[in-house]
Ligand binder design. Structure first.
Ligand SMILES: [Zn+2]
Ligand SMILES: [Zn+2]
Length: 351
């Protein structure tokens, strides 16, 4: 199911009756490549990921293609909208939980197989970060080892024997990794032409970051799995102050969501610490109001629409689109709500 929407205020449907020779309007499009919340598998949903593309209406907003997180099945999802892994300019990780990162090996393996002589892909992520209990989350190491099983098993040697023009080091050799340090202020982490990506550190696990894409056609924030800096109540909100800062006057906020039904007041048995480290649908609605965001896109659905359970935790009843929208309205949000389904899209067109 696809959803198309437009923002209302600063941007508008433009260039109706575009004359010959006139410049095509620039546009930015958000596509939810995967909306599964967390590691469970349900109904064929792909793992977490968001494609933000920028261009002109003539080329379907496809001059610059940025993939934020690459959950399970990202490659197949891109193929459904006519894109190959070779088309991506850059990949950004909000964090390296498996449900956000496990699709990168597949994307890069195919790119290595068929496009070893093509350009490298920028991988932009947080520098190594060590948690309070001493484990280190390392995007650098993740990137360096994505081909290891195939290298160790001899698969890659066999492929190289068939075609020695492929890169000898495997798919990692096609990644150009850029890491950024922790910051509670937005910092520019990637730029190409009219497109600028900034990042801010946010809380969920060590090394978590949220991103903002600014283009002449509009701005998009990808919150990831961010939650409040206080890991449990009492606190003002389950949402992140850093995401709120990053979202100021943004056109679109794409954010992982957890429905209040999963909370300790309900009877799903869902672990409270995991509930508390996500942002609730209601609190995200309130954040969108405070930040002046027009479009709120829920993704990484906990639970997904229609699911009888979230992993091992049974629900009293499967949730509907209306359950999520009602939660956003309960937070006071009156703008456009997109309740995440795979390949839902939202396009903004510059005036
Ligand atoms: Zn997640
Ligand atoms: Zn996570």
């Amino acid at each position: 199911m696809n959803f198309k929407g437009m923002t209302t205020s600063a941007l508008a449907l433009a260039f109706i009756g575009l004359g010959a020779g006139a410049q095509a309007a620039s546009c930015v499009e958000v596509t939810l490549t995967g909306t599964q919340g967390g590691p469970p598998v349900f109904g064929g949903l792909a793992g977490s990921g968001t494609l933000v593309s920028y261009g002109t209406e003539e080329n379907n907003c496809r001059d610059v293609l940025l993939q934020f997180d690459t959950g399970r099945g990202t490659n197949q999802q891109l193929s459904k909208i006519g894109l190959s892994s070779a088309a991506l300019d850059a990949v950004f990780f909000t964090h390296i939980h498996s449900d956000h990162s496990e699709g990168l090996a597949d994307l890069m393996q195919v790119r290595w197989h068929f496009n070893s002589d093509g350009p490298k892909v920028d991988l932009v992520c947080h520098e190594d970060a060590t948690s309070d209990d001493g484990h280190t989350m390392s995007c650098d190491k993740f990137a360096a080892h994505i081909g290891d099983a195939l290298i160790e098993s001899g698969e890659m040697a066999q492929r190289l024997a068939e075609n020695p023009s492929r890169l000898a080091g495997g798919p990692s050799d096609l990644l150009d990794v850029t890491t950024f340090g922790a910051s509670t202020e937005p910092q520019t982490v990637w730029q190409k032409g009219d497109v600028t990506v900034s990042a801010i550190s946010s809380r969920h696990i060590a090394g978590h970051a949220s991103f903002r894409v600014d283009t002449p056609a509009g701005s998009v924030v990808i919150g990831g799995d961010a939650g409040n800096d206080s890991p449990a109540p009492p606190r003002d909100s389950s949402t992140s102050a850093q995401v709120e800062l990053l979202s100021k006057d943004a056109d679109v906020l794409v954010h992982s969501v957890i429905h209040p039904v999963m909370g300790p007041d309900g009877d799903t048995g869902f672990p409270p610490p995991i509930y508390y480290r996500q942002s609730t649908a209601t609190d995200l609605g309130a954040l969108a109001v405070r930040a002046g965001v027009d479009n709120l896109m829920y993704t990484h659905m906990i639970p997904p629409l229609g699911a009888p359970r979230q992993g091992p935790y049974p629900l009293p009843a499967p949730l509907t689109e209306a359950d999520y929208e009602t939660a956003a309205r309960d937070g006071g949000f009156e703008g456009n709500v997109v309740v995440g389904t795979d390949l839902a899209t939202l396009r903004l067109v510059a005036e």
